[in-house]
Design a protein around this ligand. Sequence first.
Ligand code: ASP
Length: 748
Amino acid sequence: MKVKLLVAQMYVRICSLIIVAFFSTNLLATEGMYIPALLESIEDEMRLMGLKLSAEDIYSVNQSSLKDAIAQFGGGCTSELISSQGLLLTNHHCGYSQIQSHSSVENNLLKEGFWAQSLKDELPNPGLTATFIVRMEDVTEALIKGITDDLAPSRRKELLEANRKSLIDAAVDGTAHEAFIRPFNYGNSYFMIVTKTYRDVRLVGAPPSAIGKYGGDTDNWMWPRHTGDFSIFRIYADENNQPAAYSESNRPYEPERHLHISLDGVEEGDFTMVYGFPGSTQQYITAEAVDYIVNESNPMRIEFRETSLGVIDAAMQSSEEIHIQYAAKQSRISNAYKKWIGQNQGLIELNALDKRWELQRGYRKMAEIRQNQNYVHAIDTLGALEQQIKDYRKAREVFIEYYFYGPEVYSFAKNFEPLIEDYAQLEQDGKLDEAIEKLRQASEAHFKNYHLPTDKDIFANLTKLYLDHMPVELTPEIFVEYASKNNWNGMQMADNLYNATAFARLEDVSKLLDKPSARAFEKLAKDPAYVIANAMYDGYIRLVRPTYESLQQEIDASMKVYMQGLMEIFPNRNYWPDANSTLRLTYGKVEGSSPIDGIAYKYYTTAEGILQKYNTGLEDYDLPEKLRVLLENRAYKQYAHHTGELMVCFTGSNHTTGGNSGSPALNASGHLVGLNFDRSWESTMSDIYFAPERCRNIMVDIRYILWVIDVYAGAERLINEMTLVKGVGQEQPEREPLQELEKGAKQG
Ligand code: ASP
């Protein structure tokens, strides 16, 4: 009962604190990623800034609302419906691995772009999904029903699980929906998210990388930007318009809602909102945790990635085939690599660590003055826990960098585990053929994008880093043995392993799969790649994960109390729940910034800048002839701004993060004006420390996207599907006299 009450009070408090904070300072107005189901508490503030819609127009469970047009794309990015026939818009970098998977030297879609001429030319993408939110519901009370402070931890866990299951079962009963429950604010509240997932999502169009990835790694995370970072997919459904696995007979999904596209463009100071699935932020972590990120984690991860990029970039330069094979992997590695560099720079430049210490000291002092031992204890405990978890955190990160972003021979070998360990059982159950077929497909997909010398080189270089950084007592024993047998020399280990393994060449693997036998698979149990992959994996599960997870749980429990304390002690700060891959709305204004003394960034770029960059001769700024000619001729059609320019990208003060890639940027009337895809260099620390004066998100102007589709690609059939609007919404009457609200705000 006590817990229930506290949570309910917290909720009321969070909502009212948000309002207080918003009305107390304008500077903070754009920080935050808000839960769409709770928008009413900030509706007035958004309307003050220019919004012409109600909270219910943005998120509703009673009527169709903007949320029905927003889908999580493939579990990581965001996408939005832009036609009544299921056309889905997202970033080029979000569809990158799909575009790459359809590419070959003869038919290089990454390089040339792709435009399906008709529905039947649209390309299926196994495994790709689009997930819509049916509803989000605060289930805190129901989830903790019956849980009291005196409950034994095991009973508490059981009860929580039973409550969770009954909530989810009731939510999805008799529907094709799925549901999950996620903690917010370190478990100060819980939301159940009910979703509907479409599983037949086909590639419809993609510009060449010279548009979609224009500027490459040189421009990534930078402003000024000229990237047409978009690609187009289409959701297909069964004959009842319901989700279905891929089938030729599926037809374009007909949604209840799709976004209308504004041809009006944006002006400085315009209201904008970005609606999508931000992945994760760490806005409230302690100074000790920030210290670890800045001084240990980021430098270590940067070193890993810089090393593998050194190998991959050189290999990609050397051949077009390797270029295609490693394009998606390279992007995956380099994106976070560059962000971490910017993040550290920003955190250091803005003294984020000192400020976090200051906050913590103030908090502790105030908690002592108030004699709130709970709050004092929480921050002291966090300090101690952060010390204890350090090695485990590091071991986990080293494992992730080495095993998941390093040499691929490990994870490929691990795929064979069922056949190596359970051959007889699979045979007995009649499942052998199926298992072999699965491996055959996995092998084909793997070797299509695999270059042995490159993988081996990555192995040699990253193994050295692994040995340098992995805390000794957390290194798997078998790996230590292998390393010591090879004189702790990464190159020697690589030579021996790649010579001996059966998992580095398609011919070896095909031989095995073509004539499978129990003996042959049994022998693979001693294959060095398989042995070490297992050692790595098991080592993590056995030596690292248990302690890491239990310490992390303790940290979360203390963070929960610390958060309560922060909100009570400093009620005028702006509080919002950290991003956790759930649907959020963030809002702000179209605006530039001046993050460096003497430099003012404009809020937009134009097609002229594409040509200027091309003229520098840098490879990342190369352009297809056709694009150059069209731009030189200023063939902008109705997509030009009223100034006559073709606007390419613009910036805004919307608080975004990874996962917001592909999110729609909407104007005050909820019309699509841009596609979010990045943040500026000086904003890369915003996941940990948001600085309103310099943090800007970067969006492609929707008119540039339309121009590429229409004028560059000639894909008129797609434009014809869309709902383009001009001058709409500007004449809408306000719902309430804004002056009244404004007065209230000034008084607040
Ligand atoms: N470009 C970013 C990403 O790929 C989006 C962001 O973090 O703002 O994650």
